[in-house]
Ligand binder design. Structure first.
Ligand SMILES: Cc1cc2nc3c(=O)[nH]c(=O)nc-3n(C[C@H](O)[C@H](O)[C@H](O)COP(=O)(O)O)c2cc1C
Length: 387
């Protein structure tokens, strides 16, 4: 299940409930807004933060990641080093049973960290899986990266400049406006990483087949109790819940404030088969998919932990370049989930994206044009640091 449950769809179902539509009339149209403190991470590190490692991590924690679980930890106990771990308490065992997507998210974080160190003039050398574990089935029992600070100050990569503006744009796009050839070329070239290739839909039959698949895969996730429940359990509804958790699938504003109070957003109401919430969730993604002018993907030749990290690095770079080019972008990962109910769709997406035998589609995402959404809350810097 994806974030930002659709306000419009709920309103359609409720037929314009007087109470909901009356929220504005009661002066509540601004209730349930996020206090600025919750979004302060998106201003970057404060000037008072002088440790280059902490400064870079403050940028890195803004990386995209599955369900905004932010499954990463940074160990700063050795001077001049940053050792990165996957946080095993923040996995998604139902929708991501092999933690493949979690590792891709860690790759996004790693790329953000390297760009930030570089962008701040800090020399750094990187070693992946410094204690082994690149081929391990389980994540988080060994660090996935160690960065050693160095003296040299390399030239900054311009992608660093997009870190604070990057979003996952989970909204409808302008269906009539595909990213220009130049923008597509820039995104492709920015996302070049070893063993990872970029692809994009090129004709209408392929685009339409991918749309049908994306919608069907979304329904499978919602119709499968254990996978849907994983999302329901991670929904943070209302500014107070968001502030308490600082992770998960956030929804807030007057509409959700009312929905919650009317009982539509309780976990039980959401899980009820045939109930309003679950029924509407099945087709929640449809208009986002229908308005998508281009789908794109990253395919890796291997699928070990190192390849998953590289794919995350590629995705982060693509997302930053899209931001710099004014292109909206958001992942749609349901067909890439690895559990039996999704197996046919997983096979089909590999075929439709042109993956060769042995290759893995690591990321599948929408590209187009839309207004930038508001940023998504992150945990505090100290929450991800082991000292
Ligand atoms: C590996 C991976 C898979 C993701 N899959 C989805 C998805 O299926 N649907 C979706 O809406 N967002 C998906 N996202 C985006 C995250 O939900 C998003 O990064 C997170 O909520 C934080 O929001 P932000 O990127 O706007 O900062 C994915 C991100 C990553 C890295």
């Amino acid at each position: 299940m994806t974030e930002n449950l659709s306000r419009r769809r709920f309103i359609r179902v409720l037929g314009g409930s007087a109470i909901v539509l009356g929220a504005g009339a009661f002066g509540l149209s601004r209730c349930d807004q996020l206090p600025p403190e919750l979004l302060a991470n998106w201003n970057g590190p404060p000037a008072t933060e002088t440790d280059p490692r902490r400064r870079a991590l403050a940028f890195a924690l803004l990386a995209p990641n599955p369900h905004n679980m932010q499954s990463w930890l940074a160990d700063l106990r050795v001077d001049g080093e940053i050792t990165l771990w996957t946080d095993r308490t923040r996995l998604l065992p139902m929708t991501d049973p092999f933690s493949r997507q979690i590792m891709v998210g860690c790759g996004c974080f790693l790329e953000g960290l390297m760009l930030a160190l570089n962008g701040e003039g800090q020399g750094a050398s990187l070693m992946l899986f410094p204690e082994g574990g690149a081929a391990d089935a389980e994540v988080g029992y060994a660090p996935f990266a160690r960065i050693t600070l160095g003296a040299s100050a390399p030239n900054a990569d311009p992608l660093f400049g997009a870190i604070l503006k990057r979003r996952s744009a989970k909204v409808d796009y302008d269906p009539a406006r595909a990213p220009s050839v130049d923008a597509m070329a820039a995104i492709k070239s920015a996302s070049e990483r070893p063993g990872v290739r970029f692809g994009a839909s090129t004709d209408l039959p392929q685009l339409n087949a991918l749309k049908a698949l994306a919608k069907e895969a979304f329904r499978v996730e919602v119709d499968t109790d254990r996978t849907y429940k994983e999302s329901v359990d991670l929904m943070r509804i209302g500014a107070d819940e968001i502030a308490r958790h600082r992770d998960g699938l956030e929804m807030h504003g007057p509409f959700f404030w009312w929905m919650k109070r009317l009982g539509f957003m309780s976990p039980e109401a959401q899980m009820e088969k045939g109930g309003i919430a679950r029924d509407q969730a099945r087709s929640f993604i449809d208009s986002q998919v229908d308005t998508t002018p281009v789908f794109a993907w990253h395919i890796s030749s291997a699928n070990d932990r190192a390849a998953q990290l590289e794919s995350g690095r590629a995705y982060m770079r693509a997302n930053l370049q899209a931001t710099a080019s004014g292109v909206a972008m958001a992942p749609l990962s349901q067909a890439l989930q690895e559990y039996p109910e999704m197996a046919d769709h997983y096979r089909t997406i590999h075929e439709l994206c042109g993956a060769n035998p042995g290759e893995t589609v690591q990321m599948f995402f929408r590209l187009g044009y839309a207004d930038a959404p508001e940023p998504v809350v992150r945990r505090r810097l100290d929450d991800i640091i082991r000292i």
